[in-house]
Design a protein around this ligand. Sequence first.
Ligand SMILES: Cc1cc2nc3c(=O)[nH]c(=O)nc-3n(C[C@H](O)[C@H](O)[C@H](O)COP(=O)(O)OP(=O)(O)OC[C@H]3O[C@@H](n4cnc5c(N)ncnc54)[C@H](O)[C@@H]3O)c2cc1C
Length: 353
Amino acid sequence: MNNEIKIIGAGLAGCEAALQLASRGWKVKLYEMRPAKMTPAHSTDKCAELVCSNSLKSLREDTAAGLLKQELKQLGCRLLDVALETSVPAGHALAVDRDAFAAKVTELINDNPNIELIHAEVTAIPDGNVILASGPLTSDALMQDLIARLGEQHLYFFDAIAPIVSAESLDRSVVFEKSRYDKGEADYLNCPFSKEEYLEFVTALQQGEKHTAHEFENEFFQNLDFRFYENCLPIEELARRGVDTLRFGVMRPVGLEDPRTGRRAYATLQLRAENKDRTAFNLVGCQTMLKYGVQKEIFRKIPGLQNAEFLRYGSIHRNAFLNSPALLNPDFSMQAMPNVRLAGQFSGVEGYT
Ligand SMILES: Cc1cc2nc3c(=O)[nH]c(=O)nc-3n(C[C@H](O)[C@H](O)[C@H](O)COP(=O)(O)OP(=O)(O)OC[C@H]3O[C@@H](n4cnc5c(N)ncnc54)[C@H](O)[C@@H]3O)c2cc1C
């Protein structure tokens, strides 16, 4: 039996796959394009770099993330051991020192005699046994090769991020602190809308001018349709689907009675703290591809945000994944290329764990 395998991407999934296979006697060639070619989110040459938060979420077994960790532990997950070894205090969550975590994983990879780490971009699916673990920011060249082989309808979607405003610019006579149904410690700030304010906001969203693909994508991707992840739709797309979509969705006011009046608003937009010091707040559910000037104008219509200072505008980025149910066999090999298996976010799952 041929026991050589090429793994594309030394992110979280690629490293775990490499360590697991190496311990079972496979000879692994692990390809990582950084540092010669960086993704828009990574900033080091290290394996298993965490690109954003340093939290791997809850360790409690009565949460989905905690239960998943128990399963990973029983299956002998190597990166979980490293995470526990490099953890920092974070209540019930498993948070890590990201530099120590990535350094330790890189050391395990480099020290393993069965793994050869090759710093090079893979631009086309190679022959032989392959694990594709190139993640949500798979390089353009490899994406184009996959599109040519699989058809663009089965991969590729856009993800949008929400704006962030400074805490000091909020009108505290309007916004109030409360978590939904008082679960949590008043972690959120809330912006209560009257019916008139809500209708004006929704109408503005429906009419606001959006960025086009031409403004941020290279020529090849510009010509593909925007396809969004249904669980993270831009707010203007939700507004377009119906006037009540937002107030029965992300802006639902239930469990958010204003403690000053005891009353529930027509709709409520929540703000979530971005940092421990609560100096910046994220507009929950307001991921958007509206133009920056338009965002400023529309989001300042939110009660309490009339003088909002925007620390970051909402934006949109490419976030690749494959439509796994349509493309994979039950053993995660690809129907069109049975020599190729998938791991990590490219298979359609999301998040570090
Ligand atoms: C901007 C952003 C913020 C995020 N924030 C969070 C968060 O806060 N919490 C959370 O849980 N999850 C977050 N995620 C999701 C999380 O990063 C991913 O789910 C996770 O990293 C997926 O692991 P992976 O191994 O599949 O991919 P990655 O960890 O991205 O690893 C893929 C690797 O493949 C390499 N690569 C890509 N193309 C090629 C190629 N052609 N040749 C060779 N190498 C290649 C990349 O450089 C990368 O190192 C975020 C993702 C993004 C993009």
